[in-house]
Design a binder for this molecule. Structure first.
Ligand SMILES: [Zn+2]
Ligand SMILES: [Zn+2]
Length: 307
């Protein structure tokens, strides 16, 4: 097996955010937390993940200041301000699932907006001009806080989402959770969103061993996130481009980037500056209701889950 050592990658806020939440069990716990679950046993039952894994991840989430463990016995966990600040990212996951993942999992979530009473799905709009965000209309520029990090992967990172899901006979995960639960896949996607599309260029940007990159490119194609296009007369030369389904992951990435900027950026400023080409303002995402266009907050949404 090939190994790449002492190589660095761009440490943008997406990367920093994923160091905390880029893990399948963590994403499943966060999803349940936003659906109102608080108790350890509920997390175990609802996610289908082993108790020991849930316990380990809850401990990490308390360390990361995302949850507070309540003192009363059996009271469970409460999201902190930092944890609640992940709500836009959770909504963008819901948005993606609403559009692309029907049938991919056995849990179906219906959202309604208290302010207008509509059953709705969240939309991602630019905070300045209220136009729906299309990644092709976003300019990227290195910011003052851009640095390089050496990616470190623990052994558990190699465990695939599928292996985690096998512990229960439920289909718990869908492609968006699998994607954000695997940091190699996220690095490939990040490269694609910054206009990098050829094997060697992605490899250089993400600093991953070629066998790992080949595996992730294949997985992302099977999930319908990427499509390979020949770019020269050589039949084996491909460019990897995001499909519509893949491009639609962008609001999740953007919400994580905002969260990482808010909670992990250093004093120098954000590592990445984004501009909305449609209105020329700095880009920030606002989740809104598809029914009335009103801004969505953690307090004005109702969730209903069906299995
Ligand atoms: Zn705008
Ligand atoms: Zn509404």
């Amino acid at each position: 097996m090939e190994e790449v050592k002492h190589e660095t990658i761009r440490a943008c806020s997406i990367w920093r955010a994923l160091e905390v939440v880029g893990d399948v069990p963590v994403l499943l716990i966060m999803e349940q937390a936003f659906l109102g679950r608080r108790r350890f046993d509920d997390f175990v039952v609802q996610t289908g993940v082993a108790r020991s894994v849930i316990s380990n991840r809850l401990e990490k989430l308390v360390e990361a200041d995302i949850f507070v463990k309540l003192r009363e016995r059996g009271a469970g966990y409460r999201l902190t301000e930092k944890g609640r600040d992940l709500f836009p990212a959770a909504l963008m996951v819901q948005r993606w699932q609403h559009i692309w993942a029907s049938g991919e999992r056995d849990m179906h979530v219906t959202l309604s907006h208290r302010d207008c009473g509509h059953v709705m799905h969240p939309l991602a709009v630019c905070n300045s001009c209220s136009v729906e965000i299309d990644p092709r209309m976003v300019g990227w520029e290195a910011g003052p806080g851009l640095s390089e990090v050496t990616p470190a992967y623990g052994r558990r990172r190699k465990q695939s989402a599928a292996a985690t899901a096998k512990r229960s006979n439920k289909t718990m995960t869908d492609s968006v959770i699998e994607l954000f639960g695997d940091r190699w896949s996220t690095l490939v996607i990040r490269a694609c969103f910054t206009g990098i599309s050829r094997f060697d260029d992605i490899q250089r940007d993400a600093r991953m061993a070629t066998n790992i990159l080949s595996d992730r490119l294949e997985r992302l194609q099977n999930q319908g996130i990427l499509k390979a296009w020949p770019y020269s007369s050589h039949q084996d030369r491909f460019e990897y481009r995001l499909t519509a389904k893949g491009r639609d992951v962008y609001p999740v990435l953007l919400a994580l980037l905002h969260w990482g900027d808010r909670w992990y950026a250093d004093q120098k400023g954000p590592p990445l500056l984004l501009t909305h080409k449609s209105c020329t303002h700095d880009l920030s995402l606002r989740p809104v209701c598809s029914g009335c266009g009103g801004t969505l907050h953690i307090e004005n949404i109702l969730f209903e889950t069906k299995r």
